[in-house]
Design a protein around this ligand. Structure first.
Ligand SMILES: C[S@@+](CC[C@H](N)C(=O)[O-])C[C@H]1O[C@@H](n2cnc3c(N)ncnc32)[C@H](O)[C@@H]1O
Length: 329
């Protein structure tokens, strides 16, 4: 709430009066008009009646939070209508009204971040502190992902790689997404890159549920086959069928390098290898990895691209190496 000069009029006159005051440049746009006695009070810049009005929250979100908390967090992430604050954003002693905090940031739910589960499924441990469930819809690069943010992780930092995958030309390609998760790459590869069919391998049932929902939401169900379970087993059913294989697991996707080679068509194809690499060792890693694939596949192998996706932690980069494997001789 805050004070402003007010123009008082009847309800019937309100919309004409509002338009006139706006034309004159006399509206006080920081506040909302409100019912007052039998009529309406319109906030204006100059007048002779002063009233308390509700503020329009057009200010900096940090300022809005500051009005609610003594020591407000400086960072947060918004996915759909869920605002996620980093761990330790709030002191135990401070009283919090989650509904107001959510609303100050244009959201309906609040969660607190926690370390991703360190196992292979990289499960989210997000704690929902306001709201009924963690299911969110995230729109990005013209696709929609649907997932329970309290159960599966979503890495905002990989947005450039999701966009890159969606921007490649995959028309008529059969693709294997060996660590598909909720469809981070599967969905843009079908919807934007034009892949004919994606075989999505995923071990985590929560991610499989999310992928199914995401495929339905984007109307792509017929162009994807989900292979639930450990890809070291499921990829064995996919030998010789792929134009492209995505190995999207960090810190390393090495356990499936040999399987990926076997999945590539005899005519040749592309493998995208994700890896965390020390900034000083990237060149050496690229050269060694290319040589490894060349020897293991017995095919001519060349480097198409080395993508630096993001800093994983100080000095360690998440990179993606695109290798082209030529036809079997
Ligand atoms: C970190 S997520 C994928 C992240 C995504 N590629 C990205 O870059 O944003 C890795 C996914 O691989 C799945 N995964 C890990 N090991 C697997 C395995 N052996 N077989 C199938 N899926 C596996 C995990 O459950 C998880 O959903």
């Amino acid at each position: 709430m805050g004070k402003s000069w007010a123009y008082l009029c009847s309800r019937d006159e309100a919309s004409d009066a509002y338009a006139k005051l706006k034309n004159e440049g006399n509206l006080n746009l920081n506040f909302k008009p409100m019912p007052y006695e039998d009529g309406i009070a319109i906030p204006i810049m100059n007048g002779n009646i002063e009233l308390e009005f509700e503020e329009i929250l057009r200010s900096d979100p940090h300022i809005r939070l500051k009005k609610l908390l003594n020591n407000p967090p400086k960072k947060w992430e918004i996915i759909g209508d869920l605002v996620i604050f980093p761990q330790d954003s709030f002191s135990e002693s401070e009283t919090r009204n989650w509904e107001q905090i959510a609303s100050a940031l244009g959201c309906n739910r609040v969660a607190i971040q926690a370390e991703i589960e360190p196992g292979i499924m990289r499960e989210s441990r997000l704690k929902l502190v306001y709201g009924i469930d963690g299911w969110v819809v995230h729109r990005e690069n013209f696709v929609e992902y649907e997932f329970d943010a309290t159960k599966v992780m979503f890495s905002s930092g990989n947005i450039t790689e999701r966009r890159r995958m969606g921007g490649l030309n995959m028309s008529n390609e059969v693709v294997i997404d060996a660590y598909s998760g909720i469809g981070y790459y599967t969905i843009p590869m079908i919807k934007s890159a034009g892949a004919k069919h994606v075989h999505a391998c995923e071990i985590n049932p929560n991610s499989v549920e999310a992928l199914n929902k995401g495929l339905r939401r984007n109307d792509l169900t017929n162009q994807c086959t989900i292979h639930e379970g450990d890809n070291r087993k499921t990829m064995k059913n996919l030998y010789g069928i792929a134009d492209r294989v995505i190995l999207g697991l960090i810190p390393s996707s090495q356990p499936t390098w040999g399987l990926a080679i076997k999945c590539i068509k005899p005519e040749g194809g592309i493998i995208h290898i994700h890896m965390n690499v020390h900034e000083n060792e990237i060149e050496e890693w690229v050269s060694k990895t290319k040589d490894w694939f060349s020897i293991a596949s017995g095919r001519d192998t060349s480097v198409l691209n080395l993508e630096k996706v993001k800093w994983y932690c100080p000095h360690i980069r998440h990179v993606v190496l695109d290798l082209k494997l030529e036809a079997v001789n």
